[in-house]
Design a protein around this ligand. Sequence first.
Ligand SMILES: *Cc1c(COP(=O)(O)O)cnc(C)c1O
Length: 399
Amino acid sequence: MDKLIYLDNAATTQTAPEVLDAMIPYFTEYYGNPSAVYSFAGEAKKAVENARRTLAAGIGAKPEEIYFTGGGSESDNWALKASAEAYAAKGKHIITTKIEHHAILHTAEYLEKSGFEVTYLEVDENGFVSPEAVEAAIRPGTILISVMMANNEIGTVEPVREIGAVARKHGILFHTDAVQAFGHLPIDVEAMNIDLLSASAHKLNGPKGVGFLYIRQGLKLRAFLHGGAQERRRRAGTHNTPGIVGFGKAAEMALQSMERRTAYETELRDYLIGRVLTEIPYTRLNGDREKRLPGNASFCFRFIEGESLLILLDQSGICASSGSACTSGSLDPSHVLLAIGLPHETAHGSLRISLSGKTTREEIDFTVDRIKEIVERLRNMSPLYEDFVKKSAGENREV
Ligand SMILES: *Cc1c(COP(=O)(O)O)cnc(C)c1O
C-alpha cells in the first residue's frame, strides 16, 4: 500500500470536503466583520448565529449558552480559571482526575500555584472515575468538579451523568471536557447536569483552532479575553467566521451520521481489538472493553518501545500515536497509563489507533499485519524478551 493510512483521528481529523465548501464563501464573498452594522456584514453574522444554534442543539443547550473560542484548550482554561475566580470567596477547592487532558491538568496546577487546592481523583484499572469517589472528595470549600466525558488516550467513557447528579446534589459547579465526545457520543447538558462543557471542531472533521465553551445561563463567569464586545462581552476578538461556519457544518454532519457512523466504527474497532489480542501475545487492551469511544483502540505491547513501533509503522505509511500528541517526543510514559496502574515498562509499549468513519477493513488488516511483524522484530532484538522467554518457556501469555 502506497497510500497513507491515517489512524490518529483522536489527535485530529481531516476537514470534511463539505465543511471546507461551507467555509470558503466566508473568506471570499461574505468577508465582512460579523459585528459591523452595514447589511453586507449581516450574512456573516447570520452564519455565525446559525452555527451557534446547530451546536447548541447538539448538546441540548440554548444558543445563548454557546461561547466560541479558539479550541478545546482555550475552553478548558476558561472554564477552570474563571470558575475558580468567580467562586473563590465561597472556597478554594477543586476536584478533577488524574487522567484529564493536559489542558485541564496544567491549568489545575497553575491554579494550585495561586492558592487553590486540587484533588486529583484516582481511576480504576479501566480508567473509570467513580461517582462515589467524587462525592467523598467534596468538602465545604469545594467550588468545581471537572471530569472529562471520554478519555483521549484509552477511550474510556466516564459516568458523567452520575457525576453530574452528585455535583447537582451538593450545589457544586460541574465542568466536562467533551472534546473527544462531542459528535461521537450523545450529549444532553440538562439530563447530565452539566454547567460547563468544552468542545473543539477539529476532532469531528471541522477546522482547527475553533471550539466552544457552553456556559449554563445564569453563571457569572468572567470574560476570558478582554477587548471588544463579542460573545456577550465574554470572549473578545473578531469572530473566526469561516472557522465557526465550518464547526457548525461539521457538527451538523456528525450529529446526523452519528448512529450509523459510530456503529460502523465500533464494529471495525472490535474487529481490530480482536485480531490484535488473539494474534499478538503479551498484549493488553487499555480502557474498558465496552464503554469506550467508538473509534478508539489502545494497546500495550510488552517488551517494546511504543516510539519504535510508531517509527516503523510510519515507514509503512501508517499514522498512529503512542497515546497523546502532547507527550510524544518526551520520554515520560503517559500519565493516563500510569493512573490505570500500569508499570512504567508496560506503559512505554503503548499504541493508540483511532479510527474514522472512512477507515476501511483493508486498512485495518494491513495495519494489524504490520504491527504483528514489527512487534515480533522489535521483541527479537530485546534482551528482556529473550530472558523472559527462556524463563517462562512461553507458558504465561498474560501481561
Ligand atoms: C484534543 C483535546 C483537547 C484540546 O483541544 P484543542 O482544540 O486541540 O485545543 C482537550 N481535551 C481533550 C480530551 C482532547 O482530546
